[in-house]
Design a protein around this ligand. Structure first.
Ligand SMILES: Nc1ncnc2c1ncn2[C@@H]1O[C@H](COP(=O)(O)OP(=O)(O)OP(=O)(O)O)[C@@H](O)[C@H]1O
Length: 277
């Protein structure tokens, strides 16, 4: 799919972050940050180490409560979002350091993502009573579809701890998808991956976005990947927003280049042609 086709599908603002400030004691993690997220887009948050990216993600899904600012979801204002409410409103996330159950199978790990959607209680499920049983079957089918989609059928019964890291990250994505999120937050989905695994993960992110229409917000250090798959990019530096726009605009911004060079890292690299939408 071409970039322009993709952008035409981008919808209304669904999440609007206004003047968010967050500090931990004397440390200002975020200072007066405003940006929005549009339906169906892939929105990246980038910046040097310690810039505030993870803090921003944790504000969006209600783990941290900002001291200042507000969050509007579908135009409804929240001064604070808690994790449960965020999940109920369709915000799911994956984790930088995998939080999977290593001894449990791929299938069971992804099933844990369905918990919020299950109506019958644990007891009814354990006793496999009537509607609970039907519900369980429907959920399993849903999970099997995710397993097919992520091409991990061969590993469905394997304990997650025995899988290579790249596949574990894919299971983590599967668990988040099992929540049927409207907005999916990905915390460094490519961290620790080799090039091939990164290309696979990029494809899956683009496919989730295209096929399920899921809005995606991601933090990622690999600039080639970010520039390649994102519709719009927010750049943070020392807790402040220093850039916001299309990948090409952000890449050319002198302030962004300065922040990356100043941090001793490489400036945002050109996109890899092989991954273009
Ligand atoms: N729970 C916390 N308690 C105290 N300080 C924190 C906490 N979380 C983050 N910080 C501080 O807030 C600032 C922003 O950190 P944050 O982890 O959000 O940055 P980041 O851009 O995600 O960094 P990295 O790329 O290294 O993961 C840093 O100075 C960090 O030390």
């Amino acid at each position: 799919m071409s970039q322009s086709m993709h952008q035409r599908r981008m919808g209304e603002v669904i999440l609007d972050l206004r003047n968010i400030s967050l500090s931990f004691g004397g440390v200002k993690a975020l200072t007066d940050i405003s940006f929005d997220i549009r339906e169906h887009e892939i929105r990246a948050i980038i910046g040097p180490n310690g810039a505030g990216k993870s803090s921003m993600l944790n504000v969006i899904n209600g783990v941290y409560t900002p001291q200042k600012g507000e969050i509007l979801l579908d135009g409804i204002r929240f001064s604070k979002m808690n994790s449960r409410r965020a999940a109920e409103m369709g915000i799911a996330r994956t984790f930088q350091n995998l939080a999977l159950f290593k001894g449990m199978s791929v299938l069971d790990n992804i099933m844990t993502g369905r918990n919020l959607r299950m109506k019958s209680g644990i007891l009814a499920q354990a006793l496999r009573l009537g509607s609970a049983e039907r519900e369980e079957i429907a959920h399993r089918e849903f999970v099997e579809n995710i397993i097919d989609f992520l091409e991990i059928q061969a590993h469905r019964k394997t304990p997650v701890g025995r899988l290579p890291y790249g596949l574990q990250k894919r299971v983590d994505l599967g668990r988040a998808l099992a929540m049927e999120p409207r907005i999916l937050l990905l915390d460094e989905p490519m961290a620790g991956m080799n090039i091939e695994e990164k290309q696979d993960m990029s494809r899956f992110i683009l496919d989730v976005n295209d096929e399920y229409g899921t809005t995606i917000v991601l933090i990622e250090h690999d600039m080639g990947v970010v520039m390649d798959i994102s519709d719009r990019v927010v750049v943070l530096d020392y807790g402040r927003k220093i850039g916001d726009g299309a990948p090409d605009d952000v890449r050319q911004s002198p302030e962004v280049i300065r922040a990356y060079l100043g941090a001793g890292g490489a400036a945002p690299a050109p996109a890899e042609p092989g991954l273009a939408k």
